[in-house]
Design a binder for this molecule. Structure first.
Ligand code: HEC
Ligand code: HEC
Length: 226
């Protein structure tokens, strides 16, 4: 350390390395301007007392980019009965104002930011094999009867029509909206994402986990008859 030049260079390198390893890019001014952070959390930590919208600090793990960019310009209801974390949810006094809408340029910038927010250390691509007809029937029975997922989630019946409960997020467009890697992790350990989640905890074996993930990912609005 008796060489001041050496000290300076080491210091500069350290600063760059730390900035680089911070991962997510800085929140765009747009988050503050549109007050997204009054309803959503963009970083993990203790849950706020009042939180009207779903957590977004793992948006990059959870969403498909194309869906996200489109949603920010054309928001649609995913939880038709409201978000369970809204303090007014159980009292029937939830906030019902329309979701903010971004223009295409803002949506592009916000999508880049949201896709940079990740909590999964690794998320290698899950190469799920297509479900055979027999496996599909078995998983549908699990989803509807054995585990009653359908009591809380919208899904499709055999005629391709929506059916199911609304206390959980709709899965009608899950195949366009969610990343299979995230769905798999969510089903394995929802506590990794939601500390106060309202979904029951299940213990699936590896094959069932993969088949349920594949089943959920086969739900899309473009092909409801699946
Ligand atoms: C007044 C509160 C409020 C504000 C402000 C708000 N949101 Fe939301 N947001 C919500 C609620 C509630 C939902 C859930 C809607 C649903 O599921 O039907 C939601 C859903 C979302 C979703 C989908 C999340 C998921 O898990 O399905 C994204 C992405 C999102 N908002 C981004 C944003 C961004 C970006 C901003 C700022 C431009 C913003 N929101 C501002 C309340 C808000
Ligand atoms: C008692 C109601 C209930 C049951 C039963 C239930 N869920 Fe959920 N589920 C929820 C709620 C509520 C959430 C939202 C999580 C949160 O924010 O706490 C959720 C979230 C999810 C998500 C993430 C969706 C998103 O957009 O965030 C998936 C996928 C899912 N559930 C699949 C399943 C499957 C598969 C089953 C059956 C094995 C199941 N759920 C059973 C209530 C339920």
């Amino acid at each position: 350390m008796n060489n001041p030049k050496h000290f300076f260079l080491t210091g500069a390198f350290w600063v760059i390395a730390v900035t680089g390893s911070a991962g997510a890019m800085a929140a765009p001014a747009l988050v503050k301007e549109k007050q997204c952070d009054t309803c959503h959390r963009f970083a993990s930590g203790p849950a706020e007392k009042e939180q009207y919208g779903p957590d977004l600090f793992f948006a990059g793990d959870k969403f498909q980019e194309k869906w996200l960019e489109n949603f920010l310009q054309h928001p649609e209801a995913i939880r038709p009965a409201g978000h369970t974390r809204d303090p007014g949810f159980l009292k029937g006094q939830r906030r019902t104002e329309p979701h903010p809408v971004l223009n295409s340029q803002e949506a592009r910038q916000m999508t880049d930011y949201l896709m940079s927010l990740k909590t999964l250390k690794e998320s290698p691509p899950l190469n799920l094999p297509a479900l055979s007809k027999g496996a599909r029937v078995r998983v549908k029975i699990l989803f509807e009867r054995d585990y009653s997922c359908i009591a809380c989630h919208q899904s499709y019946n055999l005629a391709g029509l929506p059916r199911g409960g609304v206390s959980g997020p709709s899965l009608l467009d899950a195949g366009n909206r969610l990343r299979p890697e995230w769905v798999y992790q969510w089903l394995k350990n929802p506590k990794a994402f939601a500390t106060q989640g309202r979904m029951p905890l299940y213990r699936f074996d590896e094959e069932t986990l993969k088949q349920l993930t594949q089943y959920i990912m086969s739900h899309t609005k473009d092909d409801p008859g699946q």
